[in-house]
Design a protein around this ligand. Structure first.
Ligand SMILES: Nc1ncnc2c1ncn2[C@@H]1O[C@H](COP(=O)(O)OP(=O)(O)OP(=O)(O)O)[C@@H](O)[C@H]1O
Ligand SMILES: [Mg+2]
Length: 427
């Protein structure tokens, strides 16, 4: 089972490159399924083929589908919501309120991810390629199994019996109804199934052999800045980025060409090359290898033929599914306190290949970034949100590794403490 997720800033070419990659896999004689998990489905437009929720073969070995979030919502989740509504109504909760309470934010996207897993699990395709939509949504999507997993663990602790007893207790206490009159077992079982599915999704995302992410970008300053933050965030989520694709590269122009159009192309080309240079240094520093580059084609790459040509441009004779096995760029761990109180301490560990104690190193905090200058090369690292509210205590250099110690900054930390502590649950 191989799952490849395409993400990047809005409009950079995610849909196009997800489809082109699938076309390239199919051209090599394997079966590829490309699906769009982005509610603004444009995969059909890129492939120039009508698509629906059922995978259809749009070319030899190339299948495509638009995931239908609404239908997914009405299916499995509908059953669980029904059970939960019954439980809440039994506990005396107003019907409208019960309806609101059973609405779990993000569940649509979660179901889409579950559908990807199901499709991959059928074994019908060598790879399922997912057009995930813009980065912010993708990060939310990929963080969901963990967030919802935690929520379910609180709502439904591992001991099913305890919850059943609790639910039955609530109902008989509030309504006096005999325990057997409502479907407690059904509700508890449905919650249990959801918890299992969420756990399976977490396992799928954490399995770096099967699941990886390909980051698409255009070499522009703003896009590169977002991509850097995305890489940090993905590393923090424990996800594997296996490649970076720089799309819409403007070609070089002969020095003898002149005129306003030539000036524009020359300036754009120079700017793109500079940004590409910085991105390449960052990516190869993470053992990522080379950034793949894709030319800005004169005509929009729409339809199978154009996409297959683009796929050839991107991968040449390389294996399109192979990618870098880069370990996470950075990791954060708590080294002191409880993570909430002001005396907590955190350590940010950065993988910096080639670093040792003799390497000249400089650290500067710039708002929510940490500028790391090693041997004259500067890298701006977007700090994970918890560290944005901290001040730097010091740093330690090890081989290929830099550890930076942080402590909560009292002037901004209290907000977090307040939200974290929250109201105590009443028994
Ligand atoms: N290499 C390329 N050369 C020329 N045009 C391209 C190239 N790649 C993509 N395009 C065009 O750029 C536009 C945006 O591409 P695409 O829809 O793939 O981006 P996206 O990242 O999926 O956008 P969204 O964030 O809206 O989903 C489309 O019109 C597409 O045909
Ligand atoms: Mg798109």
């Amino acid at each position: 089972m191989r799952i490849l997720l395409f993400t990047g800033k809005g409009g950079v070419g995610k849909t196009t490159l997800a489809a082109a990659t699938a076309a390239r896999v199919a051209r090599a004689g394997r079966k590829a399924l490309v699906v769009s998990a982005d509610p603004a489905h444009s995969l059909g437009d890129a492939l120039d083929a009508p698509l629906d929720a059922e995978p259809t073969e749009v070319g030899p070995g190339l299948f495509a589908a638009h995931l239908d979030n609404r239908a997914l919502l009405e299916g499995a989740w509908g059953e669980l919501r029904g059970h939960l509504r019954t439980v809440l109504a039994g506990a005396g909760v107003d019907e409208l309120v019960a309806d609101e309470l059973t609405w779990l934010p993000g569940v649509e996207e979660l179901l889409a991810l579950g559908e990807v897993q199901r499709l991959a699990g059928t074994g019908l395709w060598d790879v399922v390629i997912v057009d995930c939509g813009p980065t912010a949504e993708t990060l939310r999507l990929l963080g969901l199994p963990e967030a919802i997993g935690g929520y379910l663990e609180r709502l439904y602790p591992a001991h099913r019996r305890a919850v059943r007893g609790l639910l039955a207790g609530i109902a008989s206490g509030k309504t006096g109804a005999p325990n057997g009159s409502l479907d407690w077992d059904g509700a508890a079982d449905a919650l249990g199934r959801l918890a299992e599915q969420v756990a399976a999704l977490r396992a799928m995302l954490a399995d770096h052999d099967s699941t990886s992410i390909r980051l698409v970008l255009t070499p522009e300053r703003l896009v590169a800045a977002e991509s850097r933050r995305t890489m940090t965030a993905l590393a923090l989520h424990g996800l594997r980025v296996d490649g970076i694709i720089a799309n819409r590269m403007v070609p070089p122009i002969a020095p003898s060409t002149w005129g306003p159009a030539a000036r524009w192309v020359r300036a754009r080309h120079a700017e793109q090359q500079e940004v590409l240079g910085e991105l390449s240094a960052l990516w190869s520093g993470c053992d990522g290898g080379a950034v793949r580059v894709v030319p800005y084609t004169a005509a929009e790459p729409i339809g199978l033929t154009a996409l297959a040509e683009l796929g050839d441009e991107v991968y040449g004779e390389d294996e399109p599914l192979a990618g870098a096995d880069a370990p996470p760029l950075l990791s954060v761990r708590r080294t002191g306190g409880d993570g909430i109180a002001l005396d907590s301490e955190f350590e940010l560990a950065l993988r910096l290949p080639g670093l040792d104690r003799r390497t000249p190193l400089e650290l500067t905090r710039i708002d929510d970034d940490l500028a790391v200058t090693v041997g004259g090369v500067r890298r701006l690292v977007a700090l994970p949100s918890v560290l944005c509210r901290c001040e730097v205590l010091g740093a330690r250099v090890g081989t290929d590794r830099l550890a930076v110690m942080f402590r909560p900054d009292p002037s901004v930390w209290k907000t977090r403490g307040a939200t974290r502590t929250g109201p105590k649950a009443t028994p």
